[in-house]
Design a protein around this ligand. Sequence first.
Ligand code: HEC
Ligand code: HEC
Ligand code: HEC
Ligand code: HEC
Length: 126
Amino acid sequence: MQNKLKLITILGCILGFACFMGLSYGGAADGYLGSIHTNKNIRCADCHGAAAPVKGDTVENEVCSKCHGTYEKLAAKSMNPKIPNRNPHQSHLGEIDCVVCHMAHKPSEAYCNGCHAKFDMKIPGH
Ligand code: HEC
Ligand code: HEC
Ligand code: HEC
Ligand code: HEC
């Protein structure tokens, strides 16, 4: 009996923690990229490889590319024929980390704009 209670308490804590993490990092209303994904039923673990990611965690390019394709494919999609060299996915920066621009739980930022103020590049997930 005692053990059963203990088990229930432990399970409750784990579930409670998972809910808390879900609300802090996948809140449907925050509009960041993580929520855009969780709203499409993509779980924390699909990006993080773990159901309960911890502070300092990030996501490698290969994980994003499993669903979105490589830089080459992304560049073809985001190419603007009027300004073909202003491509967020193909530039003199090379194949940098996706998370330089695509944050998941805070505003994303088109890194190019930091140096090229006149580019006016938009990015999903503000
Ligand atoms: C689209 C992929 C994606 C999904 C889905 C996702 N994350 Fe993340 N997460 C990231 C990326 C990228 C980072 C690193 C950049 C950042 O902090 O925004 C990160 C960072 C984190 C961190 C570390 C934050 C810090 O400040 O050190 C935690 C904790 C985290 N995520 C929890 C979660 C939880 C909980 C869920 C599910 C509700 C979730 N993530 C869903 C991509 C994702
Ligand atoms: C398990 C598959 C999966 C993984 C892993 C994943 N995504 Fe996504 N991503 C999706 C789906 C599904 C959508 C929604 C597509 C839609 O609405 O058309 C999406 C949408 C997006 C969008 C567009 C949002 C918009 O509003 O147009 C961006 C940008 C994006 N993902 C970047 C990333 C990045 C960066 C990573 C890695 C940190 C990542 N994704 C990881 C499946 C994934
Ligand atoms: C230098 C900044 C930057 C980097 C690095 C970057 N992106 Fe993007 N990404 C953008 C911008 C800006 C947009 C919006 C422009 C557009 O949709 O054409 C975008 C749009 C997207 C979209 C949604 C629109 C589409 O074309 O399908 C996806 C998915 C995406 N990025 C995935 C990735 C992945 C995966 C990586 C890493 C392999 C990555 N991005 C690296 C800036 C970046
Ligand atoms: C750390 C600063 C920095 C970042 C970030 C940066 N650039 Fe550049 N870029 C430069 C410098 C410096 C030059 C060479 C001087 C010039 O022409 O402005 C340049 C030149 C260019 C040129 C040729 C000149 C022009 O204005 O047409 C293009 C195109 C370009 N960058 C695109 C990009 C794209 C796309 C991104 C994001 C994926 C980016 N840059 C990110 C600093 C940067």
